[in-house]
Design a protein around this ligand. Sequence first.
Ligand code: GTP
Length: 351
Amino acid sequence: MEAPRPAEVAQPTKVQQPEEKHANEQPKPLQPPQQLPQTAPPKTEEKPVEEQKKEEKPKSRFSFFDFLRYKTIKEEDITDLIEEFRYQLLEADVSYEVSEKILEDLKNSLVGKKVSRSEELEKIVLDSLKKSIEEILTKNRGFDLIEEIKQKGKKPYVIVFFGVNGVGKTTTIAKVAYMLKKQGLSSIIAASDTFRAAAQEQLAYHAQKLEVPLVKGKYGGDPAAVAFDAISSAKSRGIDVVLVDTAGRMHVDSDLVEELKRVVRISKPDLRVLVLDSLAGNDALEQAKYFENNVGYDAVILTKVDADAKGGIVLSLAYELKKPVIYLGIGQDYDNLIPFSPDWFIKRIFQ
Ligand SMILES: Nc1nc2c(ncn2[C@@H]2O[C@H](COP(=O)(O)OP(=O)(O)OP(=O)(O)O)[C@@H](O)[C@H]2O)c(=O)[nH]1
């Protein structure tokens, strides 16, 4: 993986330059870096070219660590640095607990170290961050759905999708149907969202485009009956997978939740997928807790990750849900569904 370029990593905007130093001045304490590793280079103030050239030093990108060189790093030496990282992580929607884990790991990897070159420090910091994130992301690493379906060998393999309104359930089902088709698995969609009139048309559109059969329900009809019919149809036609769409429900709506429980009871799914919108930030965690306590789920698909510049919620979810995040939705096209991969996420943070 490519290490961050100079501009992406903390720059010593306030570090004393040698030529500015006064003879009797004491070494300055660490100044908080203005920017820490992030996806986009920070915007710096425009300065005249001459001035910029004068300020340019062939220094390491972690030269704000200069004062730490040749000495054993103590915890108090890195207080400002840790605080700045904490701020950045929380700003990126990484939950407090996850941020603390990352910072604790970072502290442990720095305190007590004696380094002679700032490049060494830079490497320690980056390695520590990557290792923490990898640990968090791999803890509940998603299983391979295609493998799982093939290995289980049950026909049909039933998947029920649920989540609150507008998270992307219908779009995700279309993406999954597309992915299954590419893998040589047939599917049928159950339009069990009988609550929202347009949901049936939306699914009919996708089903037609993807050439996947669809079992529709009547507006206001029994969603569990639609799922049941789709499963029966799959059995008689030898279809591999049933994808059950359900009405988006606000988790405060107890009637809809009861209805969802019924759909789950009747369709006896092999997999219950909770669809969460990454743009919901920490609210997605609350939704997940609610669905876990009221319906139960086996795996998560996180949508709209393409629109979530921060991405911290992916980390928080992976850490706190204790459930596998199997796919990420990264756009509105059928092929915009990717397996959840720590490498992808780490690259996103550090590139
Ligand atoms: N950018 C982006 N948009 C997405 C993604 N997934 C879904 N969307 C968009 O999100 C909007 C809502 O998606 P739907 O699939 O209708 O959501 P839903 O959960 O079925 O909605 P309800 O049936 O109302 O509960 C649509 O405009 C989708 O195109 C994604 O991964 N990235």
